[in-house]
Design a protein around this ligand. Structure first.
Ligand SMILES: [Zn+2]
Length: 431
């Protein structure tokens, strides 16, 4: 289960606004051979339970037209434990987390249905039966205890992990996960109250996300992401072909699949690491970063560029930027990117520019600028304009208990025509 770090805004009566930061720490874990067997067995049972609950809720929906609540699922779990005592091998909270997963799957399904009705380009699929489950979550601290070098998990035992970084804040949940290459990780989710937002007083920039230049900033700087080399791509392909050469269901095929997964995860780690460094560096270098709302850009539809765009992982990057901004004293603002590439940042003239044109040359005032830099200047100005005129209404919206990019409900989502800066989990209003 992915854990999205967010900055959630709460207003305390008569006090300055406090911010509750939700963060997660991830550690490499080394369970013993016996513990791996227990974990695998428990994940297998989780999968069974997940599928049973899904079936149950489908039946319930047919009979009543309503979805099964998490509470009802949990009541049902206590009953099924009497019939199938094997489920008692798992900690009760871990079992209850399975019902949360099922109801989350339903929630996402209904949300997507709604989005589809509103005309968004989303795939809608009914929650499916799982072939495997690769993680277990302890949703409450009474099921686990974190020591210096090990985590004591109820019904599993004391698992060693590499504690490379201290935990700050109140521990909320623990998830243990197995990757496809058979590596184990422990993710600890925490919450902590943050100091009221104070700007770091540095410069304000706009940022354009691109393929040739990963990040172009309005102050004329370009930052790159690591690129996957031809050699790396070929090596991955060879490893993938290896799998299909081995006999189906054989031990060797399984081994080849693990090798391929290991290599893919290795490359993903390098890229992820680079994005972490880049986002960290940016939020500490600027007090204000405006960037394009990717949901509106929706460029992945263009097949020719689809692969490079997916490799760019912009969504991942902007999310990092968002949750790091808050504590670094930086405001990260999303804007509608429409026409930012086609508009002259000097005189406002709108003209056509083909995808191959690297420079923007204005037909009206003659300004010449790198196309991405030109667009980043427009993004910055748009965010600054909107911020001064709409600041109050949007800042208030953002404090209504939502968080991060979800801060913008449907009612505040910008229409294609108007330029609206969306709060990205970093602005606060003094009460
Ligand atoms: Zn111009």
């Amino acid at each position: 289960m992915g854990y999205k770090p967010t900055a959630k805004h709460i207003t305390l009566k008569g006090a300055i606004n406090m911010v509750v930061l939700k963060t997660a720490y991830k550690y490499r874990a080394y369970p013993s051979k016996e513990q791996k067997e227990t974990l695998n067995r428990q994940m297998f049972l989780s999968k069974d339970l997940y599928n049973l609950l899904l079936e149950k809720s489908k039946e319930y929906y047919k009979e009543t037209g309503k979805t099964l609540t998490e509470y009802r699922m949990n009541v049902w779990i206590t009953q099924i434990k009497k019939e199938k005592p094997e489920f008692a091998e798992l900690h009760s909270q871990v079992l209850q987390n399975v019902s949360k997963r099922v109801s989350d799957a339903y929630r996402h399904f209904f949300r997507r249905c709604k989005e589809k009705k509103q005309g968004k380009n989303v795939k809608v699929g009914f929650p499916r039966y799982k072939k495997f489950v690769s993680s277990l979550t302890y949703p409450q601290t009474n099921g686990f205890k974190i020591e210096k070098k090990n985590a004591e998990l109820s019904k599993i035992g004391s698992i060693n992990f590499v504690n490379h970084r201290g935990i700050e804040g109140t521990i909320k949940t623990l998830t243990i996960k197995k990757t496809k290459s058979q590596e184990w990780y422990i993710t600890i989710a925490v919450e902590r109250k943050d100091k009221p937002f104070a700007s770091n007083g540095k410069g304000k920039v706009g940022m354009d996300l691109g393929i040739t230049q990963y990040v172009a900033l309005s102050d004329n700087t370009i930052r790159q992401n690591v690129k996957i080399t031809k050699h790396q791509r070929n090596h991955a392909r060879v490893l993938q072909q290896d799998i299909s050469r081995k006999e189906k269901g054989s031990h060797n095929r399984n081994k080849a699949a693990i090798r391929f997964a290991g290599y893919s995860e290795h490359i993903a780690k390098i890229r992820q690491d680079c994005l972490h460094k880049l986002s960290h560096n940016l939020v500490h270098s600027y007090s204000f970063i405006a960037y394009e709302d990717l949901e509106i850009t929706n460029m992945v539809k263009n097949h020719r560029y689809a692969r490079s765009i997916n490799e760019c992982s912009w969504g991942n990057f902007t999310q990092m930027l968002q949750y790091k901004a808050e504590s670094a004293g930086c405001a990260a603002i999303k804007v509608n990117p429409q026409y930012t590439t086609m508009t002259c940042s000097n005189c406002g003239n709108v003209q056509k520019i083909s995808i191959s044109q690297r420079a923007f040359v204005c037909e009206k005032c003659g300004m010449r600028k790198d196309r991405d830099i030109n667009s980043s200047v427009n993004i910055r100005d748009r965010a600054l304009n909107v911020q001064s005129s709409n600041f109050d209404s949007y800042a208030v919206k953002a404090t209504e208990g939502h968080s991060g990019s979800q801060a913008c409900g449907d009612d505040v989502r910008p229409s294609a025509r108007e330029a609206v800066a969306e709060e990205a989990g970093t602005i606060r209003v003094a009460s």
